[in-house]
Design a protein around this ligand. Structure first.
Ligand code: 8YV
Length: 314
């Protein structure tokens, strides 16, 4: 019997991260359990930590099955899949991986803006299929001078603003309140922001407070010359309304990294030629994922060594 703390790993990490965790902890691998309930009841009574990911989180029923739980360490910044209320009631610490992923997520926002307006994917197909031999591709849209509306002016929203400025774009944003000292225009509602934006980028946190905040009214305010970019959570967009607006040409197009029901997304997205799709991969670079893995481990180690947590959720 090892005296190393037992950690429940909810879903797999990279081999490198699994090895690093294994060096320090006794791992229980939930995703490999054929009988989840039996495994939790029989093998997890001594589990003191959960190592999870932003997409799978730690729901109430999981927290409640672990009587010895002390800490949840999340690989990702988004906390919407973790029951923070239950964790708080149980006195369980929660950590996530902010900052280390900001640049890559903002880069993906920029990549989706470029891919959407410059029609990068369609251009690639144009060359591969030989359509080019029959004439030039239709013209695309430029970024300079366009207004980017950012819904959610947190770390990622501000990093996206910085990048878009370098492309000559004008920036406006919506958040709960104006950020003091920001050079950008604060707009008090998403509808109003959409009405002045050529591109509306969603960078809010997920969860009940932002659920379906981008609905038909916002999309109609964005209008037929407007693009929607989502690098936050699928839940922030009313997908029925988005699919209707995209298929009826009530917005010009969309660049989407996140969806409801990932990875089994609504198949109607696949038939929309004006949408660029990504597999929830904004933080998916070798560099960032490595930094996220290290931070997951650093938080667990700090907790069990009795040191301050590097990135606690306040
Ligand atoms: C990850 C994320 O893709 O940070 C988040 O909230 O959604 C992403 O960085 C995810 O946590 C990996 O599963």
């Amino acid at each position: 019997m090892s005296d190393r703390p037992e950690i429940l790993v909810v879903a797999p990490y990279s081999d490198e991260d699994m090895e690093a965790l294994e060096e320090h902890f006794e791992l229980r691998r939930l995703w490999l359990a054929a009988d989840r309930e039996g495994f939790l009841a029989k093998d997890c009574a001594q589990v003191r930590g959960i190592a999870t990911r932003g997409d799978v989180g730690a729901p109430r029923d999981l927290i409640d099955r672990l009587p010895s739980l002390e800490i949840i360490s999340c690989y990702g910044v988004g906390l919407d899949a973790i029951d923070l209320t239950r964790a708080g009631e149980r006195g369980v610490a929660v950590t996530n991986t902010p900052d280390v992923l900001t640049d890559d997520v903002a880069d993906m926002g920029m990549a989706l803006i470029l891919a959407s307006l410059r029609r990068i994917v369609a251009g690639d197909t144009y060359v591969r299929t030989g359509a080019w031999n029959d004439g030039s591709m239709t013209l695309t849209r430029g970024l300079a001078g366009k207004t980017l509306g950012i819904v959610g002016y947190g770390r990622v929203g501000r990093a996206l603003a910085k990048r878009a400025e370098a492309f000559g774009m004008k920036i406006a944003y919506h958040d709960l309140r104006a950020l003091e000292g920001s050079p950008h225009l604060f707009i008090s509602t998403p509808v109003e922001l959409a009405s002045i934006s050529d591109i509306l980028a969603i960078t809010v946190a997920g969860g009940s407070s932002t659920k379906a905040m981008i609905g038909a009214e916002v999309l109609d305010a964005l209008g037929p010359q407007g693009w929607l970019i989502n690098i936050s959570r699928g839940s922030a967009v009313d997908e029925e309304a988005a699919i209707a607006a995209l298929s009826e040409g009530r917005i010009a197009g969309a660049g989407l990294d996140v969806f409801l029901n990932e990875p089994g997304i609504d198949r109607r997205f696949l038939d929309l030629p004006n949408v660029v799709l990504q597999p929830h991969h904004s933080s998916g670079t070798v560099e960032t994922r490595r930094a996220m893995g290290r931070l997951v481990l650093a938080n667990l180690e700090a907790h069990f060594d009795g040191r301050p947590l590097p990135s606690p959720v306040k």
